[in-house]
Design a protein around this ligand. Structure first.
Ligand code: NDP
Length: 294
């Protein structure tokens, strides 16, 4: 029997692990779960037929999935799991992590005959609940093919290159989210000050070349409604944009717009709050413009 393990039952990890469990029933596999706050793992086991386990137990699994805030937390659990890892295992890190951490972690794990894949996801909490996430994978293609049947939370899986490239693509994708969110917020704040009805303005923009997921979905559903439902933390988006800036530096590239949005998101995170939904960054733009985007 194959043993799968999932560490990190947060907004993304809990529904992802639930899909693993549903799929595992047909595959002669079992799913162990671990969470820092242990009660969440026990509740997950009750609700989804997974098994709450210790770090030593999850470390001995055939396939280890992690979905933690950053690569730093992955390092923390890796340190504790190291003595218990099983040669031949694969570690699939679904965290939106750092490319340099991936390179180091892959080398450390390879020394114990464990293969590391950086496999961050996009699609949000709704995509996780529906099992339709896009997974962007860096690392050995054959290792990805071996674990592909277990990626039950995925709607699309793309091998993007060597170790670290999955994290790199994720960081750039989310920096682009930051750009459209921020720029659309600025545009709407200006239009609001000019006395334009913002629902009407968005109706035009969404039928025109200025549209994006931010203008079509995020801002109408979360900002105009003033709901700001906390599904993806502003602090996590700021972290991702920061990784894109680090990537720019590491390849000696020039991406001033991405750097700018990373700095703006970091400032918004401090003023608005890291745990707020990422769309609450627009409250900072509202303050800059003494207006409300509604
Ligand atoms: P959450 O904050 O909802 O969950 C974080 C998880 O990490 C929890 O299980 C938490 O445990 C655990 N954790 C936090 N700190 C530690 C630690 N020091 N040691 C061990 N475990 C820890 O985050 P998300 O699920 O939203 O995000 C997870 C990853 O997925 C991030 O990298 C994020 O950028 C990415 N992502 C998020 C998306 C979203 O829409 N939310 C979309 C795509 C990617 P505990 O329960 O004890 O707090």
């Amino acid at each position: 029997m194959t043993t799968l393990a999932f560490l990190g039952l947060g907004a993304m990890g809990a529904p992802m692990a639930a899909h693993l469990a549903t799929h595992a029933r047909d595959q002669q596999a079992r799913v162990l779960v671990w969470n820092r706050t242990a009660g969440k793992a026990e509740a997950h086991a009750q609700a989804h037929g997974t098994q709450a386990a210790t770090l030593a137990q999850v470390a001995a699994a055939d396939v280890i999935f992690t979905c933690l805030p950053t690569s730093a937390e992955v390092d923390e659990v890796l340190d504790q799991m190291r003595p218990h890892l099983r040669p031949g295992a694969t570690w699939v890190d679904c965290t939106s992590g750092h490319p340099e951490a991936a390179t180091r972690q892959a080398a450390e794990l390879a020394a114990q005959q464990v293969t590391f894949l950086d496999a961050p996801v996009s699609g949000g909490t709704v995509g996780a609940q529906q099992g339709r996430l896009t997974v962007m994978v860096g690392g050995n293609a054959a290792a990805l093919d071996a674990v592909r049947p277990h990626l039950a939370f995925a709607g699309k899986v793309v091998h993007v290159g060597d170790t670290g490239t999955g994290f790199a693509v994720k960081a750039v994708n989310n920096a682009l989210l930051g750009v459209t969110l921020w720029a659309t917020g600025e545009g709407l704040a200006v239009l609001g000050r000019a006395g334009v009805n913002l629902s009407a303005a968005l109706e035009v923009i969404n039928a025109s070349s200025g549209r994006s997921n931010s203008s079509e979905n995020l801002i109408p559903q979360r900002v105009l409604t003033r709901e700001f439902p906390a599904t993806f933390a502003l602090g996590l988006l700021a972290k991702d944009a920061g990784i894109a800036t680090d990537l720019t530096q590491s390849v000696q590239g020039s991406a001033p717009v991405l750097a700018q949005v990373a700095a703006l998101l970091r400032a918004a995170q401090r003023v608005v709050g890291a745990q707020e939904d990422h769309t609450a960054a627009l409250k900072f733009i509202e303050a800059m413009n003494e207006t409300v985007i509604q």
